[in-house]
Write a protein that binds this ligand. Structure first.
Ligand code: PNS
Length: 169
């Protein structure tokens, strides 16, 4: 059995929910490749390079996890990496329709690649990168939502950003 899995996403920023899923999948697969989508239409707060660095830092103690970035179709990237599994998380019913659509579309494109869904810890169910960004931009405490290196980085980035506007304005 092929035991490489790809965990794709935007990770803008990585949250405790993402790390929980990475840990869960690292226990099931020989190798987990956390893959950041480069060519997204979403407006991102962090650059791909910033997200790569943060994810590497947050997963440095999990030996079978690798962090990478990809362009183009996810199933093409999975083939290049010789992965037969795609990992996605489902937090609530609201995720289901979107995830179901992506999984079935990917299956149509690549019937040999299986999508596997993980449920996060209950305490992470409400978490999303979008809400974390909102809390961060409004100066809220991020400690319960993201790993320490991410909260330190985001706080500093937003401080620099606000300072720039103060001095420019
Ligand atoms: O964290 P996200 O933004 O919900 O992740 C979405 C992602 C990266 C999994 C999805 O957009 C994706 O796989 N994009 C790559 C392009 C692709 O393969 N599209 C067809 C399936 S959606």
């Amino acid at each position: 059995m092929n035991k490489i899995a790809i965990y794709p996403g935007s990770f803008d920023p990585p949250t405790n929910g993402h790390i929980d899923l990475i840990l869960r999948s690292s226990e099931l697969f020989q190798r987990v490749v956390v893959a950041i989508l480069r060519n997204t239409t979403k407006k991102c707060l962090l650059s791909v390079e910033e997200r790569l660095e943060l994810l590497k830092e947050c997963t440095k103690n999990i030996p079978n996890v690798e962090v990478d970035a990809f362009d183009g179709l996810l199933v093409d990237y999975a083939r290049v990496r010789e992965a037969k599994h795609i990992i996605r998380g489902i937090r609530a019913l609201t995720d289901f329709e979107y995830e179901f659509q992506i999984a079935l579309l990917n299956r149509r494109l690549a019937p040999d690649i299986e999508t596997i869904f993980f449920m996060p810890k209950e305490e992470h169910v409400y978490l999303s990168s979008k809400l974390v960004k909102e809390v961060a931009l409004l100066g809220g405490n991020l400690d319960n939502f993201v790993p320490k290196p991410v909260s330190i980085y985001l706080n500093q980035k937003i401080k620099n950003f606000l300072h720039f506007y103060d001095t420019e304005g």
